[in-house]
Design a protein around this ligand. Structure first.
Ligand SMILES: CC(C)[C@H](C(=O)O)[C@@H](O)C(=O)O
Ligand code: SF4
Length: 478
């Protein structure tokens, strides 16, 4: 359907509000917020310089250092960074943003952290916006009803120069999660279950709007976890319509509108909902009550099973390609078909990443750890477990609630913020063959370090695994 009064989805509305020009199926979209980090920007700034162009809207750009940063000794500044390439990238970002007059939250600043934690935390991410970043997990910001997605380095340069992006419209998909999840089941489990249902290519060509009781019931942190993982389902972006929870989260944050501007913003934001009669190109429904605490067994985020399940038999897959992929995944992961997943003994635990490093995540993990601690249980002796808050402000908040004390007493390492062991770009890495219970979003071969084996799960599940010393059902800890 088209035309002025045709019913529209939330995605249609944001798209229409940002089209500057359109020709032959391609549009120029205005970008409200451009987030940048050290890894995907050096070439973009160099390109601008070569072309003699300036950053068009420094005020609509925000820079953070997150991927390369070590999670210890940050007060030393770049001197804390041993790796010369990482150090150079951080220094280059510092110079580029200073030249362009872009706000920069560097390592060591209490507001520093993972870009997808910092943007919302600073109130920069707002409903109805277009948000881009040279980073695939930009989909996180869709939790606010913003159209948010990753872009490539040449597109970063284009946005820096023009504050616009060339884009093609995606199709509309709605994923409805009805009902209420059981105890120990949260946003991460829902997100993994969705990917398990649609597959890593299931969202290709779509923007997904999440709806239904279980989605509405999520906290903003939970909604960010869900939208963060949309990209692993292949979709361009994930969206959740803004509501009172969204507005409450934004109110009073540094970049939130104030006074009369707040009232105007609120009225505008409230228009960003899907019209009742809008039609989606595809609809998927899940029942939250049917979702168990979920873990991955393989090397793709779609390789999910309930924690009560067994490692699948490659022979059970439908195509030769899938059978071969499963064989390879089992060999890499050091697992055997038919083995209960709770038999998998772990070496490391990583609670962090832009998927699960916010205050709600740390609270959920701490609740499990505290309960176990009261029963005299600590992190299993053979396990090395670390907690990496998503930002310095999350870290401060957690410390003010005493969560760090709980973690440390139980034997967890309490670190400084950053991407950390989500990917092997900084000192936090798995050793070859090590098995990790991780709250991050990618379990690809080598993702957390060469030869490392990643099992994706929720913060509560990762905490339970740390104590049990193997993958464990968090419901046994509640
Ligand atoms: C480094 C960056 C380009 C990359 C991404 O875009 O996703 C990283 O954030 C990741 O999660 O793999
Ligand atoms: S935490 Fe992981 S997924 Fe998120 S931006 Fe950093 S590296 Fe990418």
């Amino acid at each position: 359907m088209s035309g002025q009064n045709a019913p529209k989805t939330l995605y249609d509305k944001i798209w229409d509000a940002h089209v500057v020009a359109e020709e032959g199926g391609e549009a120029i979209l205005y970008i409200d917020l451009h987030l940048i980090h050290e890894v995907t920007t050096p070439q973009a700034f160099a390109g601008l310089r070569t072309a003699g162009r300036k950053v068009r809207r420094p005020d609509r750009t925000l820079a953070v250092a997150d991927h390369n940063t070590p999670t210890e000794g940050q007060a030393l500044g770049v001197d804390a960074v041993q790796d010369p390439e990482a150090r150079l990238q951080l220094q280059t970002l510092g110079r580029n943003v200073a030249d362009a007059g872009i706000e920069y939250i560097p390592m060591g600043d209490v507001r520093n952290g993972i870009v997808h934690v910092v943007g919302p935390e600073q109130g920069r991410t707002q409903p109805g916006m277009t948000v881009v970043c040279g980073d695939s997990h930009t989909s996180t910001h869709g939790a606010f009803g913003a159209l948010a997605h990753g872009i490539g380095t040449s597109e970063v340069e284009h946005v820096l120069a023009t504050q616009t992006l060339r884009a093609r419209k995606s199709k509309n998909m709605r994923v409805v999660v009805d009902g209420r999840p059981g105890p120990g089941v949260g946003a991460k489990d829902i997100a993994l279950a969705v990917i398990g249902e649609i597959g890593t290519a299931g969202g290709t060509g779509y923007v997904i709007e999440f709806a239904g009781e279980a989605v509405r019931d999520l906290t903003m942190e939970g909604r960010m976890t869900l939208c963060n993982l949309t990209i692993e389902g292949g979709a361009r972006a994930g969206l959740i319509a803004p509501d009172e929870k969204t507005f409450d989260y934004i109110r009073g944050r540094p970049a939130a509108p104030k006074g009369a501007a707040w009232d105007m913003a609120l009225a505008y934001w409230k228009s960003f909902v899907t019209d009742e009669a809008a039609v989606f190109d595809r609809e998927v429904r899940l029942d939250a009550a049917q979702i168990a605490p979920t873990v991955t067994w393989g090397t793709s985020p779609e390789d999910v099973i309930p924690v009560t399940g067994v490692v699948p038999d490659p022979a059970s897959f439908s195509t030769p390609d899938k059978r071969a992929a499963a064989e390879r995944a089992l060999a890499y992961m050091g697992l055997e078909a038919g083995q209960p997943i709770t038999d998998a003994r772990i070496d490391r635990v990583f609670i962090g990443s832009c998927t699960n490093s916010r205050i709600e995540d740390l609270r959920a993990a701490a609740a499990v750890v505290q309960q176990a601690f009261l029963e005299g249980r600590l992190v299993a002796p053979h396990v090395s477990a670390m907690i990496v808050p998503g930002s310095g402000l999350v870290k401060e908040q957690a410390e003010s609630e005493g969560l760090d004390a709980i973690f440390k007493a139980a034997g967890f390492d309490w670190r400084e913020p950053g991407c950390s062991m989500c990917l092997g770009m900084n000192p936090d890495k798995l050793e070859p063959g090590q098995r990790c219970a991780s709250t991050s979003n990618r379990n690809f071969e080598g993702r957390q370090g060469r030869g490392g084996r990643t099992h994706l799960m929720s913060p509560a599940m990762a905490a339970a695994a740390a104590i049990a010393g193997h993958i464990a059902d968090v419901r046994d800890f509640l």
